[in-house]
Every structure is written in structure tokens, then in C-alpha cells.
Design a protein around this ligand. Structure first.
Ligand code: NAI
Length: 462
């Protein structure tokens, strides 16, 4: 008999969720993790610590921007960097310990160390070889730097180093106007750094609804971030203090340089699959270093599965979690399923940005007839009361059937609001279904309903 029914490699959101669900479904499960703590990139050096930093700096920003307007007078707080870092570390350790607790509760064995797969059905950690009926690779991703740019995680950093800077820099260049660049850029801009974002394309957050992206850039510019778009970074050179970023503007080929204390390279991530022994096993790979799987997350090797950032699809913790649950169900003979058409994306800046489903640009390209219901947060009493009336909800529905096809929000709590649309889409709802649903007043969610009303006879408050 094999030592385990399932061994999962990696304890990030994909791996730990797969482990817990597999154990809940009665399997004997082990999860191999080489880090000192569980939770993977997301909990240790990604989603969670960055959210703590975004929260702390948002609070600081509120004291500067809005306290006086509400009659709250007094000196604004100063930043104690060491304490802010300790707060962030506490948030992380609370969460990683929580997963350790869940592993114990569900009787998941944590095998500490880095795994290799010497043969199908075998996982080697240190000198020990463990056998399993099924193996799930959930090893996630790592930052992909630019050619020739050396990351030292002190001056030239990825998101990992950006979370543990020794002090608040006076200036920062962010390479890449994607999710990481804008979230971390916002953190340091609120702490007083002059942040310049250099982006290769002519838009920020490529792939996002164009109207949202434009509004987002305008709001971030107002918050002090500078943008250099259509600029290809040529090199990053470290000096005695700080570094120099050289870029070429695509429109006229002119070259320019910016000096900064810190350079954050946020140009995307790539699957982290090195050292597992996949080549020797003959595992078929897909584009950009991803592991190729079938519709049930199985690779070309029977009994070897892969999920999360290591395979195709958006590199998002919640996509990995869904695949983790689904693969555990498949392995226990159930019908695990992920609806890839309804995976929300959220950027946790202020305001938040969230989306699900298709954009207008995609629908146009497909030649599909659609209608748009848009509602500005300026018409939402709750948002106005808390100085967060910038932005809008844009709901897109099929022109004929009224079925919801997508939603794009920039505004307060967008990352939470999007989920009522996700549920609606899962149920194949129409815009009218949302419009006919009573929404409590005064809530931000009324803006979603108003956008749904705008798909029909019209919004009330616009
Ligand atoms: P990204 O793919 O979101 O953005 C990278 C940006 O860098 C793109 O706009 C791209 O055009 C630009 N770029 C690439 N090469 C460049 C060059 N040579 N010069 C200038 N610009 C260049 O990647 P990011 O922000 O690094 O995030 C990595 C992954 O992590 C993404 O898949 C993202 O979805 C995920 N993530 C998600 C978060 C969330 O859901 N809130 C938070 C953080 C990361």
C-alpha cells in the first residue's frame, strides 16, 4: 500500500486547500512545503502582507486627506517603520499558523522540505522517498525579472523585497503598471515616496476594461504617482546609493534615465517548477513554462496532477484555491469543476478595482451584441459620505437575452461588491435579476443594482 493516497507539493493557496479538501473527503494526505511556514507566496510574501501595508498606509492617507473635513483635528500620526513592519509580520504569522492548525485538525501530514519526483507515484524529500497513489504539483510561481536586470532584493527588488525595505525610500521606480506595481507603488506613494511607474504598453493594467484603466490612471496620478507609458526599460544600473533605470520611449526611440532609491521590478511572474525532476519524468509542458494538464488537471503522466500558477490561466490565489478543491474532488471520484469564465480579479488600491467576465473590448472583438449599464459612485450616498465617490460600476449584459456577461468596478469596496455579480453569473442571471433584487440603503452595493437598472429602463440616482 502507498504511504499516502495523495501527496501535494506546495502549501500555497492551491496546495493547502487541495490538502484540506482531500483529507475532508477521506484521503490520507501529505503536503510537502520547504518554507518554514505554510501558506506559500500569497500568505508569506504576497497577498496578505501587501494588504496589511495597504491598510496601514490607507489609514495614514485618510488622516492627511479627510480627517480635518470630518472635524477630526490634531497632529497626523508619524510613521514608525519598524512597528509597521511588525504589524505586517504579525498578520502573516497569524494566518500561517492558522493553516498549521487546519492541517492538524484535518490530519494532513506536513512533510517539511523541498520535494522532487524521482518516479511516478514517488516524492523524495531529503533522503526519504514517500509513495502516493496521486501527486499534485502546486508549486506556484516566482517573479520573472527583465533580461540583464540583477535583483538584490535591497535596492533592485521584486514584490518580496518591496515588503521588507530597510526604510521608506524617498523615490521609487516601479517597472510594470500591473497589479503588483500599482499596489506596492500606492503603498510607498502614501508613505511619501516619489513613485514613477514605467510601463511598456500605452495603458496601465493591460487587459482591464479600458474605461476603468483610464479612470484608475487619472485617480492614481492625482494621488501622486507618475506614469511613463510606452517605455521599454533598457537597463537598471546600481549606483553607490540607489539605482538608475534607462528606458526608451517607443514613440520616438528617445532614451531617458531616472534615478531612484529603490527600483521595483513588477513585470510578471513565471511558473516555479525547477528542481522537481519534471524533464526526466517526461512531463509535457505548455507555453511560458507552464505544466500542461487535461481538463481534470492531470498531466500526461497518470496520477500526476498540477494546479495553480504552475499551469495555464490567471496567476491568482483564488483560481488556485478553486483548482485545489476541484482536483481533490476529482481524486476522490467526484466531479470537480472550475468555472473559468467567472474568476474575479481585484486590485487592492484605494479605490479598489475589480472585474469579472468579459470586457467591452473582448465582446467587440468577438462581434457580440451587448449593452452597458453604468453608474457613478457620485450618485451613491454612502460613498459620498466617506469621500469615496470616485469611480463607477459598469455592468455588461447580452443585448438580446439580458444575461450578465461581465462587470467592471472602480470604487469603494469594489473587491467585495464584485461577488454579487459573480454569484449572479454562476446562476446565469440577467441584469434585470440584479435590478429586481432589493439592496439595503445606504450601501455601496446599491451602485451595482443601479448599474443593473441602467441596463434596463434606467438608473434612479443618475
Ligand atoms: P502583471 O502581468 O500584472 O503586470 C506586469 C506589467 O509589466 C504589464 O503591464 C507589462 O506590460 C509590464 N512590463 C513587462 N515588461 C516590461 C518592461 N520591459 N518594461 C516596462 N513594463 C513592462 O504582473 P505583476 O504585477 O508582476 O503581477 C504578477 C502576477 O501576480 C499577476 O498574474 C497578478 O495577477 C498576480 N498578482 C495579483 C494580485 C491581486 O490579485 N491583487 C496582487 C499581486 C499579484
Amino acid at each position: 500500500m502507498a504511504d499516502f493516497d495523495t501527496i501535494i507539493i506546495g502549501a500555497g493557496p492551491g496546495g493547502y486547500v487541495a490538502a484540506i479538501r482531500a483529507a475532508q473527503l477521506g484521503a490520507r494526505v501529505a503536503c510537502v512545503e520547504g518554507r518554514e511556514t505554510l501558506g506559500g507566496t500569497c500568505l508569506n510574501v504576497g497577498c496578505i502582507p501587501s494588504k496589511a501595508m495597504l491598510h496601514a498606509t490607507h489609514m495614514l492617507h485618510e488622516t492627511h486627506e479627510n480627517f480635518e473635513k470630518m472635524g477630526l483635528i490634531g497632529a497626523a500620526p508619524k510613521v514608525d517603520w519598524t512597528k509597521m513592519q511588525a504589524y505586517k509580520d504579525d498578520v502573516v504569522s497569524g494566518n500561517t499558523k492558522g493553516i498549521e492548525f487546519l492541517f492538524k485538525k484535518n490530519k494532513v501530514t506536513w512533510i517539511k522540505g523541498w520535494a522532487t519526483i524521482p518516479a511516478p507515484g514517488q516524492v523524495k524529500v531529503g533522503d526519504e522517498v514517500h509513495s502516493a497513489k496521486n501527486i499534485v504539483i502546486a508549486t506556484g510561481s516566482e517573479a520573472s525579472s527583465l533580461n540583464g536586470v540583477e535583483i538584490d532584493e535591497e535596492t533592485v527588488v521584486t514584490s518580496t523585497g518591496a515588503l521588507t525595505l530597510k526604510s521608506v525610500p524617498k523615490s521609487m521606480v516601479v517597472i510594470g503598471a500591473g497589479v503588483i506595481g500599482l499596489e506596492m507603488g500606492s503603498v510607498y506613494a502614501r508613505l511619501g515616496a516619489q513613485v514613477t511607474v514605467v510601463e511598456y504598453l500605452d495603458v496601465i493594467t493591460p487587459g482591464m476594461d479600458a474605461e476603468v484603466a483610464k479612470t484608475f490612471q487619472r485617480i492614481l496620478t492625482k494621488q501622486g504617482l507618475k506614469f511613463v507609458l510606452g517605455a521599454a526599460v533598457q537597463s537598471v544600473t546600481k549606483g553607490k546609493k540607489g539605482a538608475t533605470v534607462t528606458y526608451k520611449l517607443k514613440k520616438d526611440d528617445s532614451e531617458a534615465k531616472i534615478d531612484a532609491d529603490i527600483v521595483l521590478v513588477a513585470t510578471g511572474r513565471k511558473p516555479y517548477t525547477q528542481g522537481l525532476g519534471l524533464e526526466a519524468l517526461g512531463v509535457e509542458m505548455g507555453p511560458r513554462g507552464t505544466i500542461k494538464t487535461d481538463a481534470h488537471w492531470q498531466t500526461n503522466i497518470p496520477g500526476l496532477y498540477a494546479i495553480g500558477d504552475a499551469i495555464a490561466g490567471p496567476m491568482l490565489a483564488h483560481k488556485a484555491e478553486d483548482e485545489g478543491m476541484a482536483v481533490a474532488e476529482v481524486l476522490s471520484g467526484k466531479h470537480g469543476h472550475v468555472n473559468y469564465g467567472v474568476i474575479p480579479g481585484v486590485i487592492y488600491t484605494t479605490p479598489e478595482v475589480a472585474n469579472v467576465g468579459q470586457t467591452e473590448e473582448q465582446l467587440k472583438a468577438e462581434g457580440r451584441a451587448y449593452k452597458v449599464g453604468k453608474f457613478p459612485f457620485m450618485g451613491n450616498a454612502r460613498a459620498k459620505a466617506v469621500f469615496q465617490a470616485e469611480g463607477f460600476v459598469k455592468l455588461i449584459a447580452d443585448a438580446t437575452t439580458d444575461r450578465i456577461l461581465g462587470c467592471h468596478i472602480i470604487g469603494p469596496a469594489a473587491g467585495d461588491l464584485i461577488h454579487e455579480v459573480c454569484v449572479a453569473m454562476e446562476f446565469g442571471a440577467s441584469a434585470q435579476d440584479l435590478a429586481l433584487t432589493c439592496h439595503a440603503h445606504p450601501t455601496y452595493s446599491e451602485a451595482v443594482r443601479e448599474a443593473a437598472l441602467a441596463c434596463g429602463d434606467g438608473a434612479i440616482h443618475a
